[in-house]
Design a protein around this ligand. Sequence first.
Ligand code: CTP
Length: 470
Amino acid sequence: MQNIEFLGNDIFRIVSQVAKESGVRAYVIGGYVRDCFLGRHCKDIDIVVEGSGIEIAAKAAAKVGSKLSVFKRFGTAMFKYKGMEIEFVGARKESYRSDSRNPIVENGTLEDDQKRRDFTINALAFSLQEEDFGNLVDPFNGVKDLQAGLIRTPLDPDTTYSDDPLRMIRAIRFASQLSFTIVPESLASIARNKERLGILSRERISDELHKILLSPKPSVGFKLLEQTGLLPKILPQISNLKGVEMVDGKGHKDNFAHTLQVVDNVAEKSDNLWLRWAALLHDIGKPQTKRFEPSVGWTFHSHDYIGAKMVPGIFKQLKMPLNEKMKYVQKLVQLHLRPIALVQDEVTDSAIRRLLFDAGDDIDDLMTLCEADITSKNDKVVIKHKNNFALVKQKLVEVEEKDAIRNFKNPITGEMIMARYNIPPCREIGEIKEYIKNAILDGKIENDVNQAYALMEQKAAEIGLGDASL
Ligand code: CTP
């Protein structure tokens, strides 16, 4: 029997049995089959039934004692079994309305269903019939495309993409995740159909962007998004980074190419999605702040500040969460120049303490971003900057060990000041605390409660509080 090694989970025999008893044919289809051939782990199983998917799902769920969830509107049902999600659908012949993603559904055969899927590599099926259990059904040569690393639609790409325009971004996402090539006619079709992105929900688009960012080399996906004209529709702020302007024979870096290099560099070091977002957005303030100053050349003053201000708008535009993830990205964009500025200036302890205080627990991610930001065509320049950067890193460790600033807590609390001077909450309390914080960060006193208490007394006297308790 073929492909039996991929069908070890006993759910496949159970579904086979149930389908037989019900007189219908069932197949495993889509991502699970694709990932078997790629040797990738896949935690979802899609089953397509020539008949009612919901009915077979209900019977199989009852057999294994799992709780069934039914989505009537979509004609699907799913349950969980041994840590996997098993989803059932009836084979369909679909046609879509041009203004909506929701298909008009008609029952069909396996082949009808395979035809309406996105890519040949996702249209592969294993039979679950007893007589040819595990048999591969591959009418569009999907396995050949898998071996050749090609993304190709089963039908004319214009038909497949207009059925569901999200597939245009999915094609790019798979190309990025798997290092595959989109066949030229498909790429041309994506460029032609880009206006159809407009009917998609922004959440579905950002889900795909997350997957592109999480791929091993995200630049592959972003270059394709730009090349096909999708990027200006999805993330114009990134598209705007493209290009090199020349004045007096002097050009600046192409900030699009630079940004993608930084994202790839970060991707090599960390699989934190939000750190990768920060890398993608770190220079978005540049187009707005670009100036040519004859004496110095191109400058992008305050692009860190302007860029950070743009982050919430971008998250909103993509319907991404406006929560602590957004704040984290914003903070990294805002601070991304700080460590490298320390390389250029003399590295004083107090500058290091200020950086630790501002970055808090995100200091390591900030350093990863900042190191990834060192790109140049000149290898010598990169090595020099990286060596200096290593010094800043070393200094960070030393200062952190000595002064414990990363999660700075003021050794003097508001309660301590109120009790000592017998005063209610008032502005002076904030003033004293700020004074103590700055004294610690500037290295005038250590991060120590006794030294801080003495300083509190001194400052309180200065602002006329010292006598109040006498
Ligand atoms: N599919 C499709 N068109 C879409 C989305 C999905 O034809 N717009 C089909 C494909 O056959 C796909 C299957 O539905 O393999 C399952 O979709 P999904 O779970 O979204 O994707 P996977 O291919 O499993 O890949 P991933 O889990 O990485 O998203």
